[in-house]
Write a protein that binds this ligand. Structure first.
Ligand code: EPU
Length: 435
């Protein structure tokens, strides 16, 4: 991706359906026997990989990318095994374990392993399955979960940490069958709530109680669904950050402000004017976020946390904003142990960032400079794109497959708002191969 200094972004734009909601909702269809329709499905590389995975299990899948519509017939699914080649490509494939275990009483999946942002173990998923009566066998590279006898009638699972993936896997497992399951210290990210919406449509009874407790009464049969995926708060965050860093003025007409409270609050604290249905006096969640950016943003501190805390997935983008703010900011990353790699690349562009473990101290600078940088994960690619929008000269970002995993034509939306971004598919691929 080639990025050049860009004018203040201007205009109105829409976001796609949420990647992290659609991936898990696709796996939840394994719980049903029939044809479901998902609307507002983004066409990114992770979704396409998840389609291959469902096909590998035996499902019939039709994706109309233009209509953003995915039709999945899960009736022919006959396999409960995911080989390492697929698990290595998409970590979210661990999310088939719960539905397969519920459907077949068995799931055999390769261990997903870690990635650059952290070790990302699956112990909470496995401990949860065990609490529900499953036997877990580690047989490298596979981990196999089996329900040997009848499902327990009551399960009480206490998560040590509100893991998004573990909550989702356990929710899906608990929804099929006649048990009652209680998950304490559950993750309640908007994407988890979208999954709950789908599971309820299928026929499960699910209630959220204080504090962060989910009670699931399973159904002996779950029905196919039609569902529209929620708007992507992380794509909305990327667009708002792009407007903020260029001093622009944009509206995201379908973004949900209620999903991004802390991020919007932090943008306001930097001096940017944010308008949402709430700031306009509405007391019910509605769509639409407008940002009118200040040209003199000030430093603010950020500490990532599970929802409704500051999202780790917007931390790299926010770091880019702070590089150009007046003053010194501190970012503390509490979700992943190694999600600071983008700081190294931002430093190549002239940013002043000192990283100590999971803590970054950022001194705002007057100017950033374009150079060659490497994206190391989806959200790092966004951070570097943002810095490129204000850097002198040209920024050349490789590792573009990360960008393509998470975003569906976001570069085109940015271009329509005035950003100076182009993608050279072939040369980037050649560089990746060479690395
Ligand atoms: N963790 C464990 N044990 C477990 C599970 C998680 O120690 O069994 C740790 C992880 O290593 C991590 C922390 O708990 O340090 C949070 O992990 P979580 O399970 O909540 O994350 P996830 O389900 O693997 C999803 C998103 C991530 C997002 C996180 C946190 C999907 C497909 N992925 O991952 O999205 O960062 O929740 O919100 O939904 C991204 O989109 O760029 C991305 C990485």
């Amino acid at each position: 991706m080639l990025i050049k200094q860009s004018p203040p972004l201007q205009g109105t734009v829409e976001v796609n359906g949420a990647k992290n909601a659609v991936l898990v909702i696709m796996t939840s269809l394994i719980l049903t026997n029939g044809t479901s329709t998902l609307n507002n499905v983004p066409n990114n590389a992770d979704v396409r990989l998840m389609i291959s995975l469902l096909q590998l299990l035996g499902a019939h899948v039709t994706f109309n990318a233009e209509k953003k519509q995915l039709i999945v017939n899960t009736e022919p699914i006959g396999s409960y095994e995911i080989p390492p080649e697929i698990m290595n490509k998409i970590r979210a494939s661990i999310l088939v374990a719960g539905p397969l275990l519920a459907r077949f009483g068995r799931a055999r999946v390769a261990y997903p392993g870690g990635d650059l942002i952290g070790l990302r173990p699956i112990n909470y998923h496995l401990e949860g399955f065990k609490k529900c009566g499953a036997t877990i066998l580690h047989n490298d590279p596979f981990v196999e979960a089996t329900i040997t006898s009848q499902k327990n009638s009551y399960n009480r699972i206490v998560l040590e940490y509100p893991s998004v993936g573990a909550t989702e896997n356990l929710l899906m497992f608990a929804s099929l069958g006649t048990s009652e399951t209680v998950i304490i210290n559950a993750a309640l990210e908007p994407e988890v709530l979208d999954l709950i919406d789908v599971l309820k449509k299928m026929g499960a009874s699910i209630e959220i109680l204080p504090v962060a407790t989910i009670v699931i009464k399973g159904a002996s049969k779950l029905n196919p669904v039609t569902h529209s995926i929620i708007p992507d708060r992380l794509e909305a965050g990327a667009l708002l950050a792009a407007a903020a860093i260029t001093g622009g003025h944009i509206t995201i007409s379908n973004a949900r402000a209620s999903d991004m409270d802390i991020f919007l609050e932090k943008l306001s604290m930097m001096g940017h004017a944010i308008q949402t249905p709430f700031t306009l006096g509405a007391n019910t969640p509605d769509l639409g976020i407008t940002i009118k950016a200040t040209t003199n943003p000030i430093a603010v501190g950020v500490k990532t946390a599970p929802y409704p805390g500051f999202p780790t997935d917007l931390q790299p983008s926010f770091m880019a904003l702070l590089c150009a703010a007046t003053g010194t900011s501190v970012i503390e990353e509490t979700v992943y142990e190694n999600r600071m790699v983008h700081a190294r690349e931002l430093r190549k562009m002239g940013a002043q960032i000192a990283v100590d473990g999971a803590k970054a101290t950022i001194h705002g600078v007057e100017e950033l400079y374009g150079t060659d940088v490497i994206a190391t994960d989806i959200r790092a690619s966004c951070s570097l794109m943002l810095a490129g929008l204000i850097a002198q000269g040209q920024t050349r970002m490789t590792g573009l497959h990360h960008w393509q995993r998470g975003y569906d034509q976001l570069e085109e939306k940015l271009r329509a708002l005035g950003a100076n971004i182009t993608i050279e598919e072939h040369s980037d691929q050649m560089i990746n191969n060479a690395l």
